[in-house]
Design a protein around this ligand. Structure first.
Ligand SMILES: Nc1ncnc2c1ncn2[C@@H]1O[C@H](COP(=O)(O)OP(=O)(O)OP(=O)(O)O)[C@@H](O)[C@H]1O
Ligand SMILES: [Mg+2]
Length: 654
């Protein structure tokens, strides 16, 4: 159990918690939510002991093993697999102690006590999962979207985002009682995200996760901790339940309510536009869902007190852009003798018209960012032509854009520098007072315009980059995962602003709510080409699952081969028999558990199928269908595991 009693927590002059009292019970799955800069990451620093309370009492059981994602970029020549296996700290400890005992045994082969110790060390290792550590690690790595041929590649060969995925896999590899995840979905694509949800649903310990992704939180949490105004409040329910409860609370406050009415009027504009435009029946349906959510979110937006808009672009060329028979990808490195350029996409011929709102879909690593980067002129096309309309003014937002911020400089200095660099190209007032006012409209007020960017929270930095982009008055927005780090209210503000934006929009995002609410059409990037995706996001989810299945089939073969070559634990002849039976025990135990779970899951499946045979409201059908799918997946996984375990038993008996 974790308890906070009247805890006070400060960061320089800011009081982030002022008398927080809350309890987290063992096994609970907790979502930690709150506005950007509310103090969520700081609270994690308290949990993991790198920061201490400034007052009150904080308690976490000493014997709890804690796992968390390291925030630094790993630098090592170790292979991806080994790096992730290294995350299993218990295994590492046991391997070290075995090595010590083996040395002692070598020196003293006749000592019966040491012999016994040795036997125990072997069994402990087996119990800790030594025999399948490699395939377990590889399953994590593959699940997070790596290709099977990348398993043995050195960590250093991967790009930043992918190395952070390896950090995540390493944390998941670590057996733990408490798992702390700070925005784990930021570096993930939609398909890796779906995989992570499934993994976390099976996690047995206590989990606390910080996230701004509503659907993700709903999928993996059942308790919500809300941090606001230096208070910490516990709600028994996932994010949607929390939102409902909170909306209710707020409605009861008259002031908040009237404020909310203003915002709803603002939202209504969005709604009208939506209704007028929804000509395609299927897409209309998913838009209605988005709409319902917007209405529910209104109270939250009221609280946020933060909206912004893109200024009307000066002129809009049409077409904005035309691409003819182009190939996109990476040039061979300079001096790379005989190296071929790496073509990711070929035969791309498309135009982008004024006012289009395109969502760019595609599984991991298929080239979404490559496409966007080429259009943004960050890299050249390998072949063919990209012709820009006259007066095209691109606003490009990408994850790595956060790196363009200078940690020592404050927001005002960033704006002043940008205004100077762009000079007369922008018809905006560039005086310091005007820039301060502009920053204020993005919620950088008072002291914050002078706070060094390096000390700001992730969301605060992302908001600054967004502000800088808006200021440049683009007519084509290229947004590559723009919502990472942004809190929900800011995401909603972004969604509203994007809906009112009069230029053209191209969006890559794993935020399903955002894609639904701002895109009218979708492009699919996959298997080396760009095509129109004729369907809605539910169809897309199915596409991803099928695609993932195909890749998993490929990967499974690789994992099996790896498992077969994994070195067996060496054995001592004398204790062999005893050890085998000791090794068989946990396997038999797990088989029994699986049998039990299979029976229960089978029964639930039968019941569900019976239920689906009856006439039901469509929402229930969807719900039951989803559950059925989850069950079938689980049963599939269990059966596979059961087979693997039986194989192991047989091998032991042989
Ligand atoms: N060294 C510091 N000096 C001044 N202010 C700081 C310092 N470190 C953090 N802060 C401020 O403390 C607040 C809390 O930061 P924290 O990183 O905990 O926020 P968060 O809730 O995790 O936000 P996000 O959702 O954006 O990640 C922020 O407003 C941040 O600017
Ligand atoms: Mg944070």
């Amino acid at each position: 159990m974790i308890t906070l009693k009247n805890v006070i927590l400060r960061r320089s002059a800011k009081v982030l918690l002022d008398g927080a009292t809350v309890t987290i019970n063992p096994g609970e799955k907790v979502g930690l939510v709150g506005r950007n800069g509310a103090g969520k990451s700081t609270l994690f620093a308290l949990f993991n002991g790198s920061l201490h309370e400034d007052g009150g009492d904080f308690y976490v059981p000493k014997q709890w093993r804690m796992a968390q994602v390291a925030q630094d970029m790993p630098e090592t020549e170790e292979s991806a697999t080994d790096f992730v296996v290294g995350g299993d700290t218990r295994l590492a400890e046991l391997r070290a102690s075995l090595a010590a005992i083996e040395a002692a045994y070598e020196a003293n082969p006749d000592d019966a006590d040491i012999g016994m110790e040795l036997a125990h060390a072997y069994t402990d290792l087996a119990d800790a999962g030594e025999h399948d550590a490699v395939p377990r690690a590889q399953a994590l790595v593959l699940g997070l979207g790596f290709k099977s041929h990348e398993l043995d590649e050195p960590v250093n060969s991967f790009s930043g985002g992918w190395r952070m995925r390896l950090q995540l896999a390493r944390a998941l590899m670590c057996p733990s009682d408490l798992l702390l995840l700070d925005e784990p979905t930021n570096h993930l694509d939609l398909d890796a995200l779906v995989w992570l949800e499934a993994w976390l649903q099976k996690y047995a310990g206590t989990m606390i996760v910080i996230s701004h992704d509503r659907e993700f939180l709903d999928a993996v949490t059942d308790v919500t901790l809300h941090i606001a105004n230096a208070q910490l409040t516990r709600y028994g329910g996932n994010y949607s339940k929390f939102e409902d409860m909170r909306a209710l609370q707020m409605e009861q406050q008259q002031v908040a309510f009237s404020k909310q009415q203003d915002k709803i009027a603002h939202l209504q504009k969005f709604i009208d536009r939506f209704k007028a435009k929804a000509s395609k029946a299927k897409q209309a349906q998913s838009r209605v869902k988005a709409l319902e959510r917007m209405e529910k979110v209104a109270p939250l937006l009221a609280e946020a007190d933060f909206t912004f808009e893109f200024k009307e672009p000066g002129n809009i060329p049409n077409p904005m852009l035309s691409i003819s028979n182009a190939s996109f990808g990476y040039k061979a490195p300079e001096g790379g003798e005989g190296e071929e350029p790496k073509t990711i996409l070929r035969g791309v011929s498309r135009s982008v018209l004024a006012g289009q709102r395109i969502g760019i879909l595609g599984a991991n690593g298929q080239g979404k960012s490559t496409l966007v980067k080429t259009i943004a002129r960050e890299m050249g096309a390998l072949a063919g032509q990209v012709t820009e309309g006259k007066g095209l003014n691109i606003g490009y937002f990408a994850q790595q854009e956060l790196d363009v911020l200078r940690p020592q400089d404050n927001p005002l200095e960033h704006m002043v520098r940008m205004a100077r660099e762009l000079g007369s190209a922008v018809k905006e007032s560039t005086g310091e007072q005007a820039l301060r006012g502009f920053l204020g409209s993005f919620n950088f007020s008072g002291d914050m315009v002078k706070q060094p960017v390096g000390t700001m929270s992730g969301g605060e930095k992302a908001r600054l980059v967004l502000a800088m982009m808006v200021w440049q008055r683009p007519n084509l927005l290229l947004l590559d995962e723009p919502t990472n780090h942004l809190d929900l209210a800011t995401r909603e503000a972004l969604a509203v602003a994007l809906n009112e934006f009069e230029g053209t929009l191209m969006l890559v995002s794993h935020d399903r709510a955002l894609l639904r609410s701002v895109c009218d059409e979708f492009w699919l990037v996959g298997r080396g080409v760009v095509t129109d995706f004729d369907g809605d996001l539910d169809d897309y989810q199915r596409y991803l699952l099928d695609e993932a299945k195909r890749l998993r089939e490929e990967a499974k073969v690789a994992v099996r081969e790896a498992a077969n070559t994994a070195a067996p634990v060496p054995r001592q002849d004398a204790q062999d028999r005893q050890q085998r039976s000791d090794q068989a025990k946990p396997i038999k135990r797990e088989i029994a558990q699986i049998d039990e779970r299979l029976a229960a899951a089978g029964a639930e499946r039968t019941a569900l199928e019976a239920r689906l045979a009856q006439p039901l409201p469509s929402a229930d059908i969807a719900e039951a269908g989803k559950r059925l799918k989850a069950l079938n997946d689980e049963i599939g996984r269990l059966e596979e595991r059961w087979l693997a375990l039986s194989d192991q038993l047989e091998a032991l008996a042989a």
